[in-house]
Design a protein around this ligand. Structure first.
Ligand SMILES: Cc1cc2nc3c(=O)[nH]c(=O)nc-3n(C[C@H](O)[C@H](O)[C@H](O)COP(=O)(O)O)c2cc1C
Length: 227
């Protein structure tokens, strides 16, 4: 088994006021382990019409800044990705509709074509309060990743900071009632740990030729008579 391979990590997130984007950057830092690793930070577009966004000066301003930094995800990147990481603000205990819309319109095509399995997957979120859906928002994204056959990779308790006010299921930050508390140093450390781990799982799957081996073994297994 080849031990060291470069990986492509696609980080697809939605962010309105920039906090989730900061966490996405940290996940990306952690995922970039070997010089050949590619980390694609991609923001899914807003769903709301222009006149709605224009009524919120902060949203409009942040959107322009985020658009300049992060292109929208492309299907080809999704195909070439060895890991898919989803990130979102918690909206009513769920991922934002913009991210869900992207899953339901873009990702579904690849999933139907069977091109998505044997990728590593992970999730991160920001919410205004800890108990306002912080963990459950992560699980809405993990559920989607499981649905498409990703090998889900949590942060676990990889770094000591995860034992302080963090969770082992993904990475998260609490941004306060006005969404103006930036992720803390601990939050960013947890996000880097998540990135490192999902990149490691992707690398292991790639080195073990998981996709090819899965298909070969699955065909053999499928051919075996059922008792
Ligand atoms: C429509 C909407 C619904 C929200 N629902 C929740 C929620 O259920 N729980 C919570 O803690 N925060 C909620 N928030 C707050 C956001 O999750 C929080 O401000 C987040 O950090 C924003 O991320 P961003 O800066 O990347 O846009 C909601 C915000 C909006 C706009």
């Amino acid at each position: 088994m080849q031990e060291w391979r470069s990986v492509n990590v696609l980080i697809c997130f939605y962010s309105r006021y920039g906090n989730t984007a900061k966490l996405a950057e940290a996940v990306g830092e952690g995922a970039r382990v070997s010089p050949g690793d590619q980390v694609w930070l991609r923001r899914v577009p807003d769903l709301e019409p222009e006149d709605v966004i224009r009524q919120d000066e902060r949203w409009q301003r942040t959107r322009e800044a985020l658009r300049a930094l992060y292109p929208e995800p492309r299907l080809g990147e999704l195909q070439r990705a060895d890991a898919l990481v989803l990130g979102s603000p918690g909206y009513f205990g769920n991922m934002a509709a913009a991210l869900k819309h992207w899953l339901e319109t873009e990702l579904i095509g690849l999933w139907r074509g069977g091109e998505i399995e044997e990728k590593a997957g992970a999730a991160f979120c920001t919410t205004s309060t800890l108990h306002g859906g912080n963990e459950v928002t992560i699980f809405t994204m993990l559920t989607a990743l499981m649905h498409i056959g990703c090998v889900v990779s949590p942060a676990g308790y990889l770094v000591p900071t995860l034992r302080r006010n963090q969770m082992p299921y993904g990475a998260s930050a609490v941004t306060g009632p006005n969404a103006d508390l930036s992720p803390t140093a601990d939050d960013l450390a947890a996000a880097r740990a998540l990135g490192f781990r999902v990149s490691h799982v992707a690398r292991t799957l790639l080195a073990g030729r998981a996709r090819e081996e899965f298909r070969r073994r699955y065909q053999q297994w499928g051919a075996a008579p059922t008792p």
